[in-house]
Design a protein around this ligand. Structure first.
Ligand SMILES: [Zn+2]
Length: 252
């Protein structure tokens, strides 16, 4: 980031764009140095030719902004496109990219975490178009990595009670982990999400699932249950509901 008078240059990815008044646009931009910032792009819809294709969702940009000294807002001055991540990707790939963007939009990202979360997001955006099958599993792997980076580790390999590997029978939201067959008690029934053997297997494999994508089949029921558990984990930690609109339309 360089600052020339009040001018700031930095890298960013557009996470949200909302039309404002006749010709302007309000943007949420995830930047590598400041986390997510609100940017006002005045008159940007007026200068159509100059900005065509520039201000699109998930575009990666080199930005020139002004900081409004009297408010939290940044003012858009110009940008150069590095990569339009959603351009010409297939429907499912686009959905999986937008799901990650939706997660970031709902997080509060402190400045000191911005750089590593930016790097994780960028790697994910670059990798997901190369995945031909079971892309959702790469989204789950992204979530595990994200949880680790923001300090809300999700133990997907050992039982929260005995510490043994595998044989999970349920997810325990309040304890942020899984409980095995041996440790499970009927009194937990109302507190947990029961999971099937297949779902337990998926969870224990997510860290190295990149090598298995071509061999496995993941049913819609399993996708819904794993999504539900990941989102519950986020909700438990941040005490607010996480919902991903994009995943509602993701089908096997
Ligand atoms: Zn156990």
């Amino acid at each position: 980031m360089t600052e020339k008078s009040r001018e700031i240059t930095l890298e960013g990815i557009i996470l949200r764009k909302v039309p404002f008044k006749e010709t302007s646009m309000i943007l949420d931009i995830f930047t590598n140095e400041l986390g997510i910032i609100p940017v006002m792009a005045k008159g940007i819809r007026k200068e159509k030719s100059k900005n065509t294709g520039l201000i699109e969702l998930l575009n990666e940009l080199d930005l020139v902004l002004y900081k409004n000294p009297s408010s939290d807002w940044y003012i858009y001055k110009s940008a150069a496109l590095t990569k339009a991540h959603l351009f010409e990707v297939d429907f499912k790939t686009g959905v999986l990219m937008q799901a990650a963007a939706e997660i970031y939009r709902q997080l509060i990202i402190p400045g000191e975490d911005a750089e590593k979360l930016y790097e994780l997001f960028l790697k994910y955006l670059q990798f997901i178009p190369q995945v031909k099958k079971n892309g959702i599993a790469i989204f789950w792997r992204f979530l595990l990595r994200l949880f680790r980076l923001i300090g809300i580790e999700f133990n997907s390999t050992t039982c929260i009670n005995c510490g043994n590997k595998g044989n999970f029978i349920a997810y325990f939201p309040q304890k942020h982990g899984f409980i095995c067959k041996k440790c499970f008690r009927p009194v937990y029934d109302d507190l947990v999400f029961k999971i099937s053997g297949e779902q337990a297997e998926l969870f224990s494999n997510i860290n190295h699932i990149g090598n298995m994508l071509d061999e496995i089949e993941i049913s819609e029921e399993n996708i819904n249950q794993l999504n539900r558990i990941f989102l519950t984990h986020l909700s438990e930690h941040f005490h607010k509901k996480f919902h991903l609109k994009s995943l509602d339309i993701y089908k096997v």
